[in-house]
Design a protein around this ligand. Structure first.
Ligand SMILES: [Zn+2]
Ligand SMILES: [Zn+2]
Ligand SMILES: [Zn+2]
Ligand SMILES: [Zn+2]
Length: 409
C-alpha cells in the first residue's frame, strides 16, 4: 500500500507566507521555509492604519501581516522601512472624505483611521481580482487594476471570458473551407479567405487594418493551409497590449487605459460577451435600463437577429468607456464562423495612442454606406441600450471631448 503512494503529493491549503507566519507565531525555525534564527524576529507590515505626532516625532499604527488587529503596535517612523506604504498612507489621507486631516498626539480622527483600513481592504480585494483576471485570460496582454479615486472594489457578478459565450437558441455555422495560398498576403490564391466572399484582404504586413470601417474582415481559419504567422491572423491572436482597468475620477465608473504605445490601425481588443437573440436582448434591456448600464451590442451587420450582452460575461472591453471622439473603431470579423448574422466585434486604434492614454469607443457609432450596391453596410454598429428608445431617459455624456454630443443616447 505504502509503495503505491510513492511519489504522491497533496497540495497544501496554506500559502507560503501563511506557513512562515505560523513559524514566527510559534517561534519555530524552519530551513525549508527560510525562517532562520536571524529573521525569526522580522515582521512584515501589512498596512498602516493610524498616524500621530508626539512633539516632533511621527508614529504609525502597524497592522502586522499574519497577526490579528489586536496585535497592532505604534512604531516610530525610524523603525519602518516600508517607503511605499508610508507614501500611500499620506496620499490616502490627502484624499480622505472631509478633506486633508492633521494628526493629533493621540492619532487621527476615527473617520480618517477607518478610511485607511477600508482602503487597505479594498487594495487587497483588487489585488485578488487582478490575479483572478490574469489567471483567466488566454491572451498575452496582462491586466492591472487600480483605484486611487474612491472605495469601489471589484465589480460583483462579472465573469471574465476570452471569447463569445453562446447562449440558448444560438447556433454557429463552422467554416467548411480554408485557403490554399503559399503566402496569404503576397500570393493570395483566389484572393485568400476574404476573396472567397468577394472581400478585400484587411491587413498590411504589420497586421494593421487597411480597409475602411464598415467593410468586413475575413481572417484565415483552422482549415487554411497557412500557419499561425500568416498576416491574415490578427484578431484571433487576442489582446497583446498590457492594459489597466482604473477608476475614473469624474463619475464614469471604471475605464481602461493602455500601458503601452499602440500604433494607428492596430487591433486592440475584441468586444465579447454572451450571444443572445434580439428578443432576449429586448427583455434584458429593460432591466438594464433601470440600472443605467449599457452593455448590449446589437450585431446588425446584415440583420438584427443577435446581440452581444457583456453585462455579466465579458473581457476587458466591458470596462471601456464611451467617447464622442474615440480612439477605437469597430470592425466586423469572421474567422471560424461564417454566419454573417454573427460577426465578431473587433476594436482597432483609429490613431496612435500613447502609453497611459484611456481607450474609448463610440457607443453610438454610425458607419456610412461604402457604396450604392452594398447597402447592407449602412448599419448602425451602435451599442444598443435595449428597449424602445422613447421609453429611455437620455443619458448624459461625460466624455469631455471638444466635440462631445452631450448625450449618449
Ligand atoms: Zn490565404
Ligand atoms: Zn486562409
Ligand atoms: Zn492565411
Ligand atoms: Zn461625449
Amino acid at each position: 500500500m505504502a509503495e503505491n503512494l510513492k511519489g504522491c503529493s497533496v497540495c497544501c491549503k496554506s500559502s507560503w507566507s501563511q506557513l512562515q507566519d505560523l513559524c514566527r507565531l510559534e517561534r519555530l525555525q524552519c530551513r525549508a521555509l527560510g525562517i532562520t534564527r536571524r529573521n525569526l524576529g522580522d515582521f512584515e507590515v501589512e498596512y498602516l492604519c493610524d498616524y500621530k505626532r508626539v512633539r516632533d516625532e511621527e508614529f504609525y499604527l502597524v497592522k502586522w501581516r499574519g497577526y490579528p488587529e489586536a496585535a497592532n503596535t505604534w512604531e516610530p517612523r525610524k523603525n519602518l522601512r516600508c517607503q511605499g506604504l508610508l507614501k500611500q498612507l499620506h496620499q490616502d489621507l490627502a484624499r480622505a472624505p472631509g478633506g486633508p486631516v492633521r494628526p493629533g498626539p493621540r492619532g487621527l480622527p476615527a473617520r480618517a483611521a477607518s478610511y485607511l483600513v477600508q482602503k487597505a481592504e479594498q487594495r487587497r480585494a483588487l489585488r485578488r481580482w487582478e490575479q483572478l483576471l490574469n489567471s483567466t485570460r488566454s491572451h498575452r496582454g496582462r491586466i492591472t487594476v487600480e483605484n486611487e479615486v474612491d472605495l469601489h472594489g471589484p465589480p460583483r457578478d462579472f465573469v471574465y471570458i476570452n471569447e463569445y459565450k453562446v447562449g440558448a437558441g444560438v447556433n454557429l455555422t463552422p467554416v467548411a473551407v480554408g485557403c490554399e495560398c503559399h503566402d496569404c498576403l503576397a500570393e493570395a490564391a483566389g484572393g485568400c479567405c476574404p476573396g472567397a466572399s468577394h472581400n478585400k484582404f484587411a491587413y498590411n504586413e504589420a497586421g494593421q487594418v487597411r480597409i475602411r470601417a464598415g467593410l468586413p474582415i475575413y481572417e484565415c481559419n483552422s482549415r487554411c493551409r497557412c500557419g499561425t504567422d500568416c498576416p491574415n491572423r490578427v484578431v484571433q491572436k487576442g489582446i497583446r497590449y498590457n492594459l489597466c482597468i482604473f477608476r475614473t475620477g469624474n463619475g464614469r465608473g471604471w475605464g481602461v487605459r493602455t500601458l503601452e504605445r499602440i500604433r494607428k490601425n492596430s487591433f486592440v481588443m475584441e468586444y465579447v460577451g454572451e450571444i443572445i437573440t434580439s428578443e432576449e436582448a429586448e427583455r434584458r434591456g429593460q432591466v438594464y435600463d433601470r440600472q443605467g448600464a449599457t452593455y448590449l451590442f446589437d450585431l446588425d451587420y446584415v440583420e438584427d437577429v443577435y446581440t452581444v450582452d457583456a453585462a455579466h460575461y465579458g473581457n476587458i472591453s466591458h470596462f471601456v468607456n464611451h467617447s464622442c471622439d474615440p480612439n477605437l473603431q469597430v470592425y466586423n470579423v469572421f474567422i471560424e464562423n461564417l454566419d454573417e448574422r454573427l460577426p465578431r466585434i473587433a476594436l482597432f486604434a483609429t490613431r496612435p495612442i500613447r502609453a497611459g492614454e484611456e481607450l474609448t469607443f463610440d457607443y453610438n457609432m454610425h458607419v456610412d454606406p461604402v457604396d450604392a450596391e452594398s447597402t447592407r453596410m449602412d448599419s448602425n454598429f451602435g451599442l444598443a441600450v435595449g428597449g424602445s428608445p422613447r421609453a429611455r431617459g437620455r443619458i448624459e455624456c461625460k466624455c469631455g471631448a471638444a466635440a462631445c454630443r452631450k448625450y449618449l443616447f
